[in-house]
Design a protein around this ligand. Sequence first.
Ligand code: BG6
Length: 506
Amino acid sequence: MPLDDPLRFHRRAEPCVVVLFGANGDLARRKLIPALFHMRCERLLPPGFAVVGNSRTPLTDEAFREKMRAAVREFSADTPFQPDHWDEFARGLFYVPGDSRDAGLYQALRSRIEEVTAGREMPDNVLFYLATAPALYAPIVEQLGRAGLANGRGWRRVVIEKPFGHDTASASELCGRVQRVFQESEIYRIDHYLGKETVQNILAFRFGNGIFEPLWNRRYVDHIQITAAESIGVEGRGAYYQQAGALRDMIQNHLLQVMATVGMEPPAAFEAEAVRDERAKLLRSIRLWRPEEVPAHAVAGQYGPARIGGEDVPGFRQEPGVDPESRTETYAAVTFYVDNWRWAGVPFYLRTGKRLARRVTDVAIQFRPAPHSLFEGSGPAAGRWIQPNLLVLRIQPDEGISLRFLAKRPGSGMKLRSVSMDFNYGAGFGVRTPAAYETLLLDAMAGDATLYIREDMVEASWRAVQPVLDVWSESEFDFPNYPAGSWGPPEADAMLARSGRQWRNP
Ligand code: BG6
């Protein structure tokens, strides 16, 4: 097999019915149905493929198809709408209305699944996708179990959206309840960051090339910054977000998974269990803060109103659905250490926030400076914070990689300046990048869990943030502490400044 053509990227989904709970919800309309439709356009879906959608809204199959057509047109603005493909795809969309707490729904679903598989001559493979409110995950799974839908002649798999639990204890309770019905190998806990091409590319970059891995450790790396900055606010999700906050919404899952990908050891093989073992090991090696250590290593923020580009932007407490006294953080920055041989003493700084200055997600690997500088304006002797070698893995939106190094300025003398070598995905490949959900849906249908979260990974990532959650739940913050459109609260700068470092503001 040629090296650049691994099997995982060249297979097709196995014929199956996707039973989509929450089919009329935001995630289904914005991400899931558009992703499935793109897969249809790219011929990645098997013939006969069908979706049976469910939510409480009474809709006929026809009305559901119309709604989904409107959603695809609205949310896949990057690709032209192809009516022929749509008609073919829409013939495989079905809808069963009903309350997912009601046992009667599951009988209706069972007959619909049987009807659809028989009518479309498909094997009895079913992928249940839970895109509902998190409080419904366990009840739905239990109802599936009671109705006998969790077993069949073909395979059964269940995809569960984030948030998986609200803290360590609730995540473990949810794990237990789901595992009483499905086996761990049938449970696909999704974290859409792992499906992003640029996050998958971290593995290609690290383990496909020979020259970076020798530098990827405490001898050469000074520290690592992982940033997921959003310029948008809470966009009508105030009520959910107020319960979650930035630490639960982004760090516990997405950013810790990115950190695990950046920090993990090379897996023995590119196979689900081998890759997940290494990610899990890294997450388990994160040092757990004692309560008294939390204030020095974690910073919470909440945005206040501001005037940006001549427009008044509300603060978090003024957003719809948000308590005007809300103490929820919309910004979180945490320092983590990984207590293993590779990373001992190297801080990983993770930060995320809403209404920051720009939308940008990236990983910056800051290398140590040259031990001795021969040149003017470089190295520690320059008396400034100049650490020339910086590798930036740009996750989004300007996907690419850049490596910064020093070069001689043209002219007499020996003056140096930082320059950078850049790789840009768009220019480099010139093809459409599949959305994370396309990759992940295909993986689930093909039975490949490499990019899904295993039970031990969920547990380890909750354990890493739990001390911070505990201390913050007891703390009084002086919120709001950063204006919308800025780079976050000054305390986050102070956290790095204490060790002589600073955030890059990309
Ligand atoms: C979601 C969070 O999981 O990820 C949102 O709940 C956040 O609050 C989103 O906006 C960010 O995803 P992306 O792919 O736009 O970076």
